[in-house]
Design a protein around this ligand. Structure first.
Ligand code: NAD
Length: 242
C-alpha cells in the first residue's frame, strides 16, 4: 500500500526514537520525508535515501524554522504532512524547578509547534490540503508529579491543536494530536527505575509501547483516509489513560 505516494512530509526530531519511526513508516509507504533535527545533518538539505532527506534544524529558533521550511518548499514543493515530534524533558519538582528548565521545555515542546505550524500552514492553505500531527503525551492528559514543565507543554499542545484545527478546517487541513503513553526510547531511558516500574504497572495491556506503535497512529492521522478527523487527541498508551 503506497498511501503517501507523491506527498511531502516534514518530521521534527526525526534523528532517533519516535520521530525516526514515523519518518521510516511514511517513507515505506511512498512518501518523501524530510527529517529535521538539531542532533544530526547540515543546514542544507542532504539526501539520505531514495525518499529520505535530512536537515539540521533547531525548532526553538523561529528564524531557522522559517529558513528550513522555505528550503523544503523550494526543493520539493508544498509540504503535505507536518509532524511536530521534537521534544525534551527537564524533570524536577516544581518548588525546585529552575527557570531554564521551565523555559527550555516550553520552548521545545510548545513554542516550536507554533513556529513550525505558522510557517507550513500558508502552503497547505494554498493547496487546500494538509495534515498536521502534533505529538503530545499521556501526562499532558493526566498530570504527573515532577514533570510540571513537560505536562504544561504537552497539555498546551492539545489546546493549540484544537484551536488551529478550528482555524484551518475550511481549507481541507486537519490538525490532530497523538498522546503516547510510556514508550521505550532514549527519552524514557532517562527515567529512574522506580518510576519506570510504577508506570509499567499502570498499563492494562501489560507492556511498554514501541516507537512503531506511535508511528502507526500518526500515519493513520496523516493519511488521506483520516480526512474527517480533526482536533482530536489519539491516545496510544496501552490503556494507561482512558
Ligand atoms: P528522543 O529523545 O529519543 O527523540 C527526540 C528527538 O528530538 C531527538 O532526536 C532530539 O535531537 C530532537 N530534538 C530535541 N530538541 C530539538 C530541537 N530543539 N530541535 C530539533 N530537534 C530536537 O525522544 P522520543 O521518546 O522519541 O520522543 C519523541 C516525542 O514523543 C517527544 O515530543 C516526546 O515528548 C514524546 N513522547 C515520548 C514518550 C516516551 O515515553 N518516549 C511519551 C510521550 C510522549
Amino acid at each position: 500500500m503506497l498511501e503517501f505516494e507523491g506527498q511531502v512530509a516534514l518530521i521534527t526530531g526525526a534523528a532517533r526514537g519516535i520521530g525516526k519511526s514515523i519518518a521510516d513508516r511514511i517513507e515505506s509507504r511512498g512518501g518523501l520525508t524530510v527529517r529535521a533535527d538539531f542532533r544530526e545533518w547540515d543546514e542544507k538539505i542532504a539526501k539520505l535515501g531514495q525518499l529520505s532527506y535530512g536537515i539540521r534544524l533547531d525548532v526553538t529558533n523561529p528564524d531557522q524554522v522559517k529558513k528550513a521550511v522555505k528550503q523544503v518548499v523550494e526543493e520539493f514543493g508544498n509540504i503535505d504532512i507536518l509532524v511536530n515530534n521534537a521534544g525534551i524533558t527537564r524533570d524536577g519538582l516544581l518548588v525546585r524547578m529552575k527557570d531554564e528548565d521551565w523555559g527550555a521545555v516550553l520552548s521545545t515542546n510548545l513554542d516550536a509547534v507554533f513556529y513550525m505550524s505558522r510557517e507550513v500552514l500558508p502552503g497547505m492553505m494554498k493547496k487546500r490540503y494538509g495534515r498536521i500531527v502534533n505529538i503530545s503525551s499521556v501526562v499532558g492528559q493526566m498530570g504527573n508529579p515532577g514533570q510540571g514543565n513537560y505536562v504544561a507543554s504537552k497539555a498546551g499542545v492539545i489546546g493549540l491543536t484544537k484551536s488551529v484545527a478550528r482555524e484551518v478546517a475550511s481549507r481541507g487541513i486537519t490538525v490532530n494530536a497523538v498522546a503516547p503513553g510510556y514508550i521505550a526510547t532514549k527519552m524514557s531511558e532517562e527515567m529512574n527505575e522506580k518510576a519506570k516500574e510504577q508506570l509499567e504497572k499502570m498499563i492494562p495491556l501489560g507492556r511498554v509501547g514501541t516507537s512503531d506503535d506511535i508511528a502507526n497512529g500518526v500515519c493513520f492521522l496523516a493519511s488521506k483516509e483520516a480526512g474527517y478527523i480533526t482536533g482530536q487527541v489519539l491516545g496510544i498508551n496501552g490503556g494507561m489513560y482512558m
